[in-house]
Design a protein around this ligand. Structure first.
Ligand SMILES: *Cc1c(COP(=O)(O)O)cnc(C)c1O
Length: 543
């Protein structure tokens, strides 16, 4: 590097005190994102695609730079190597993952949050941010459990309780929920001082059982695997129950699994219902799961990381009926509450439930303090709740209702386009705003319904390759984006590769969805795909 700033006390002092000049590189970027963030992203996330290996070369050195450098020099590096080569997740044609465009106010408020640099672990470093976060948890609790207004005053700002835990996302929320469930199952009891104190081995001996299990459908999020590992259940005891043709947990299979584990002397810790599966957006029968959990006497958790905000919609809320019977519910704010990455929540029906994971430290989190950190897995945490509070306050219930209704409507429109298109097959109907499909011309679909198993398997294997390449080329072209996954579908009884589309960006239009399909039809005529399709055709003609 040619330009080296000198490491003097004076330059360091300037870094902490002197604002960036408006005409400097960083100052200009700052201005540009303030003026028009959409335009900035469009122009600065570049079309010239470098492959990841090339990009890695810009981030190869593990030596910490010895000498300070100029901010402008560093910013030029960021512009060229980071911004330009990041993913335009806000683009209306980016309909493959759970990221969306953000409401404009999130950006300046996020800067304000950084400027204030509060730490929500304790009141001493967050003051008003603590009651504000507690209010956000109360609002989400109310959204889920609809308790009367008089329910909240004794709990919302109570040092002994918390209506939930704010965290970095759905994963930590799910882990927290099961952590609470585990500690309540093995609560202190006579001589036994509880699992938190004595550990899992003694807890099992105390209850006279050989293990504990969590039940979730095979569409369950991978975070439950992490939770099973972390909490000592073991991944073998995360029981993945098969799903029906609508990707919902099969209740008979669930009962059978529960019985099987009972016979092995394994105690059910929790049943998990999913409200909006990550891959297909389907909702488990929550009422029936609540009944089963009551019957087994275990914790009932609902993972509504994705689908929770459906509760804002008068029209669609009933899809989640039964969620109010859950002991705990996860909702991700960085998904359908349109907050930036890094905001999730878990709320508990019983406001004293979190005392099962209460912990204290002498210098903070003292007994009787209102520190939120005494009931969270994470320690230091940013003031992200501000951004959720802003969304709830500015967009409001009716605003979110519109966004939810719009997404579901758009998914139905897209499903109709796919169904009517001669070259695509819809592989999961949208219940919310997520659907899956694949490239599979109608004649091939016809053959597959009649073909013997091995012929169908051979055709599906080729279509899997088509799907994989199609998704890859589309991503590389950078115009529109869908994701892909592998699902066992009731129709084929085996896993197939499918394209996955998430319709949560309000700026996505029907015309853009048409262009997604048009582009895919163009892509299948390129590179290796026609050869694969010829093989499919040959297999179809062979009877
Ligand atoms: C996204 C998601 C999660 C995980 O949330 P993160 O914020 O990625 O940690 C868990 N469950 C479901 C259903 C999800 O959609």
């Amino acid at each position: 590097m040619p330009n080296k700033a000198r490491a003097t006390l004076e330059t360091l002092y300037r870094i902490f005190t002197v604002p960036e000049a408006p005409d400097s590189t960083l100052g200009l970027i700052d201005q540009a994102i303030s003026d028009d963030v959409t335009g900035f992203l469009q122009t600065h996330i570049v079309a010239i695609e470098r492959n990841l290996e090339e990009i890695e070369a810009s981030f190869a050195s593990c030596a910490i730079p010895e000498e300070p450098t100029y901010v402008s020099e560093y910013t030029e590096f960021v512009k060229a190597n980071l911004v330009a080569q990041s993913v335009h997740t806000a683009a209306p044609g980016f309909v493959g993952h759970m990221t969306s465009a953000l409401p404009y106010f999130m950006l300046p408020l996020a800067r304000l949050m950084t400027a204030l640099n509060q730490n929500l672990v304790k009141v001493e470093t967050s003051k008003a941010f603590t009651p504000m976060e507690r209010q956000v948890l109360g609002m989400i609790h109310h959204l889920v459990y609809r308790q009367p207004d008089a329910f909240y005053p004794p709990w919302i700002h109570n040092s002994q309780s918390a209506l939930g835990a704010f965290c970095s996302g759905g994963t930590i929320a799910n882990v927290t929920a099961l952590w609470v469930a585990r500690n309540r199952l093995f609560a202190p009891d006579g001589e036994f001082r509880g699992i938190a104190q004595e550990g899992l081995g003694r807890a099992l001996r105390h209850r006279g059982c050989d293990g504990i299990a969590v039940f979730v459908s095979e569409r369950g999020h991978y975070s439950f695997g992490k939770a099973a590992d972390l909490l000592g259940l073991g991944r073998d005891h995360l029981v993945k129950v098969r799903t029906d043709e609508n990707n919902r947990i099969d209740l008979r299979a669930l009962r059978a699994e529960c019985r099987r584990l009972r016979d092995e002397n394994i105690l059910p810790l929790a049943l998990v219902g999913i409200a909006g599966t990550t891959e297909t957006g389907n909702i488990d029968p929550l009422e029936a799961l609540a009944d089963l959990a009551a019957e087994f006497g275990c914790h009932f958790h609902v993972d509504a990381a994705w689908g929770g905000p459906t509760l804002f919609s008068d029209r669609h809320r009933s899809l989640l009926a039964g969620i109010e019977r859950a002991d705990s519910v996860t909702i991700d704010a960085h998904k359908q509450l349109y907050a930036p990455m890094g905001a999730g929540m878990v709320v508990f029906k019983d406001p004293t439930a979190v005392s099962a994971i209460e912990h204290h430290a002498n210098y903070i989190l003292r007994h009787g303090s209102k520190d939120l950190g005494s009931h969270t897995l994470e320690g230091s945490r940013p003031g992200m709740a501000l951004l959720v509070h802003a969304g709830l306050s500015i967009i409001g219930r009716k605003g979110y209702e519109l966004l939810i209704d719009l997404g579901i409507e758009r998914a139905r429109t897209f499903a109709t386009m796919i169904r009517q298109h001669p070259d695509f097959e819809l592989t999961s109907e949208p219940e919310l705003n997520i659907l899956t499909y694949r490239y599979c011309p109608r004649a091939v679909q016809q053959t597959l319904t009649e073909a013997p198993t091995d012929q169908a398997a051979a055709i599906n294997a080729l279509l899997d390759q088509v799907c994989q390449l199609l998704q890859k080329y589309q991503r590389e072209a950078g115009k529109t984006f869908v994701s892909r996954t592998r699902l066992r579908t009731a129709r084929y009884g085996e896993e197939i590769t499918v394209l996955r589309s998430v319709l949560a960006n309000p700026l996505t239009t029907d015309a853009i969805l048409t262009s997604v399909l048009t582009e895919q039809c163009e892509i299948v005529q390129q590179q290796e795909i026609p050869a694969l399709l010829q093989q499919v055709e040959a297999l179809c003609n062979f009877r």
